[in-house]
Design a protein around this ligand. Structure first.
Ligand SMILES: N[C@@H](CCC(=O)N[C@@H](CS)C(=O)NCC(=O)O)C(=O)O
Length: 201
C-alpha cells in the first residue's frame, strides 16, 4: 500500500523469536507482524487490515485505491475481511504445518492445502461472474492489494507446480493475479522480500 501511494518508509525486519520479546511487544502486544509506526501522526498500529484502512484514509487523498460510494465501499470491506480472516490464517497455517511444525501431519497439511485452493476458487468465481478486472468495480483497490503478500508466498507454501495448476483450473483468478502481480509496486515488494529471505529473515 505504501509503495502504491508513494509514501516513504523504512522497513524493519524482525526475526520470529524477537516478535515475542519486549522491544517488539511494545509495538504490538500480540507479537506478530505487520505493525507500523507513523512519525507524521504519532500512531502505532498493528493488524494488517487496520493498517491498510489507516493508510488509505490518511494518505489516499485522491481516492485512487478506494471508493466512497455505496455499495462499493462496503464491498471493499467485505473483501478485506475475507482476506484477513480467510486467506491469511489458512495460508499461514499451511506454511506452519509444512515448514515449521515439528511433526508431519499429512491430514492437516491437506486440510490447509484444500482451504487455500478453496479461497482462491472464491476469488476466481467472483471475477468470472462479475466479468470485472478487479474485485470491486473496474479499479485496482486496497481489496485486490490486500491479497498480494500471502499470494506471493504460494510457491513456498504449496510447491513450485501449484501456480501451473491455478493457471489451468482458475483462469479468471490467474489473469487477475498476473495483472496485479506485474505492477511495479508488487514487483518491488516481491524483490525486497526475496532479498530479505535470502539473507535468512
Ligand atoms: N491477523 C494478523 C495476523 C498476523 C500474523 O499472523 N503475522 C505472522 C506473519 S508470518 C507472524 O507474525 N507470525 C509470527 C508469529 O506468530 O510468531 C494480521 O493480519 O496482521
Amino acid at each position: 500500500m505504501m509503495e502504491e501511494l508513494h509514501i516513504p518508509y523504512d522497513l524493519k525486519l524482525w526475526d520470529f523469536p524477537d516478535l515475542k520479546k519486549p522491544d517488539f511487544e511494545k509495538i504490538n502486544p500480540n507479537g506478530r507482524t505487520p505493525a507500523i509506526e507513523d512519525p507524521n501522526t504519532g500512531i502505532t498500529l498493528w493488524e494488517s487490515g487496520a493498517i491498510v484502512e489507516y493508510l488509505i484514509e490518511t494518505y489516499d487523498k485522491e481516492k485512487k485505491f478506494t471508493y466512497t460510494s455505496t455499495p462499493e465501499k462496503f464491498y471493499l470491506q467485505q473483501w478485506l475481511h475475507f482476506q484477513v480472516s480467510g486467506q491469511g490464517p489458512y495460508f499461514g497455517q499451511r506454511v506452519w504445518f509444512n515448514v515449521y511444525h515439528p511433526e508431519k501431519v499429512p491430514s492437516v497439511q491437506e486440510r490447509y492445502a484444500g482451504e487455500i485452493k478453496r479461497v482462491l476458487t472464491v476469488l476466481d468465481s467472483h471475477l468470472k461472474t462479475s466479468g470485472s478486472q478487479y474485485l470491486v468495480g473496474d479499479k485496482y483497490t486496497y481489496a485486490d492489494l490486500s491479497f498480494i503478500p500471502w499470494n506471493l508466498l504460494l510457491p513456498f507454501a504449496m510447491g513450485q507446480d501449484f501456480e501451473a495448476e491455478l493457471k489451468k483450473d482458475l483462469p479468471s483468478y490467474w489473469s487477475w493475479w498476473e495483472r496485479i502481480s506485474q505492477r511495479p509496486a508488487t514487483q518491488k515488494i516481491k524483490k525486497d522480500r526475496e532479498d530479505a529471505m535470502a539473507k535468512g529473515h
